[in-house]
Design a protein around this ligand. Structure first.
Ligand SMILES: Cc1ncc(COP(=O)(O)O)c(C=O)c1O
Length: 355
């Protein structure tokens, strides 16, 4: 099996370590570890290896599901990985809404036949007729990332319900990667709460600012969870003990404060970016979350040329839209501390002005 390079990760790997400012991170700035109790006791495996039953019950409750319908994972990435491995086989078909986080189409493409349905700029709307037209008898899965990385589009509940009904009518599942969902101050119900054909993946990386914790989850019906757990025996065996210990606190007594702080930062920084782009006469779709997809200034021949020239001159990383299959755009991540954001934007202004 051949898996294509993860283009955005490869691009970041060239620059991220050396650059002064990371203006392309898709999540909110990271929380300090000392905000949490960091002693989980003996560092054995988490037993049972699908995750602490009480925490699975707590997370399942958020979706109207029982603990047997939850698998705790090492990040959202693992939740997505074991889901695709367990649900798709050669000969199956999946419909993936794009642009999206590359794993959400590249992994299914290594296993099954995939039809990508592009969102339509400038509002990044989803054409339901196109999704319906892509469905085949062997379609097993419809995949969406909501809110969407890289555009920041948060599809409304009517669209998500229509997708869910389409999955039900075709005896398929609707999978939503909802890792950005709680950055919205007024989030819609998650897909796994819509019924047995709904599957949600999420984690603490983006909305909580805990990427290094590597903690996520998969919520689905029991048959899917059992099959995914079987895959997990071959990936990471159990969730991380420290990850689970901190997750209990982040999802428990600290949750309200963490989400309030992060949403406030996201709102403040979004306004700063909006004003900046207006002043620079650059177009974007006003996003939910902390990712914006901005049109590349016309004087650059490609998104990669723009991002490379900028980082090499100003030591600030942006993400080329080409990594998402949309070369006319770049992704800006504005979840970083506000003073760093201001510095990054000042350098972008001087870069654009100096041409
Ligand atoms: C849509 C989406 N899903 C999953 C991930 C990875 O999440 P985690 O760090 O929780 O594995 C990302 C990271 O950018 C993402 O954008």
């Amino acid at each position: 099996m051949d898996v294509p390079p993860f283009e955005l990760e490869r691009f970041f790997a060239e620059y991220e370590h050396e650059a002064d400012i990371m203006l392309a991170e898709s999540g909110i700035r990271s929380l300090p570890a000392d905000r949490f109790d960091l002693d989980p006791g003996p560092l054995g495996y988490v037993i049972p290896t699908n995750g602490d039953p009480a925490l699975r019950a707590e997370i399942g409750g958020r979706y109207g599901r029982n603990p047997e319908e939850v698998l705790l994972t090492v990040g959202t990435q693992e939740a997505n990985f074991v889901l695709f491995q367990s649900l798709l086989s050669r000969g199956d078909h999946a419909v993936v809404v794009t642009p999206t986080y590359q794993a959400l189409h590249s992994l299914p493409e290594t296993i099954a036949d995939v039809t990508r349905v592009d969102l339509e700029p400038p509002e990044w709307t989803l054409d339901m007729d196109e999704v319906a037209g892509a469905i085949r008898p062997e379609t097993e899965l419809i995949v969406i990332n909501n809110p969407n990385n890289p555009t920041g589009r948060y599809h409304d509940p009517e669209t998500i319900h229509a997708l869910y009904d389409l999955a039900v009518d075709n005896d398929a599942y609707l999978h939503a990667d909802e890792v950005y969902r709680l950055l919205d101050p007024d989030p819609d119900p998650p897909v796994a709460s819509l019924g047995p054909h709904g599957i949600s993946t999420a984690g603490l990386t983006k909305a909580y600012g805990l990427a290094g914790l590597r903690f996520g989850w998969l919520v689905a019906d029991e048959a899917v969870i059992d099959a995914a757990w079987r895959w997990k025996d071959y990936t990471t065996i159990s969730p991380s003990k420290i990850g689970q210990h901190v997750a209990r606190q982040a999802l428990g007594e600290q949750e309200a404060d963490i989400l309030a702080e992060n949403r406030e930062l996201a709102t403040r920084n979004r306004e700063i970016v909006r004003d900046f782009l207006d002043a620079q006469d650059l177009d974007w779709f006003d996003p939910v979350g902390v990712n914006g997809f901005v049109e590349v200034p016309p004087e650059f021949e490609s998104s990669e040329a723009f991002c490379r020239e900028f980082v090499e001159q100003e030591s600030v990383v942006l993400a080329p839209g080409a990594a998402f299959g949309f070369d006319g755009y770049f992704r800006i991540g504005f979840g970083l501390p506000t003073d760093e954001l201001r510095e990054g934007l000042a350098r972008l202004e001087s870069f654009l002005g100096g041409r």
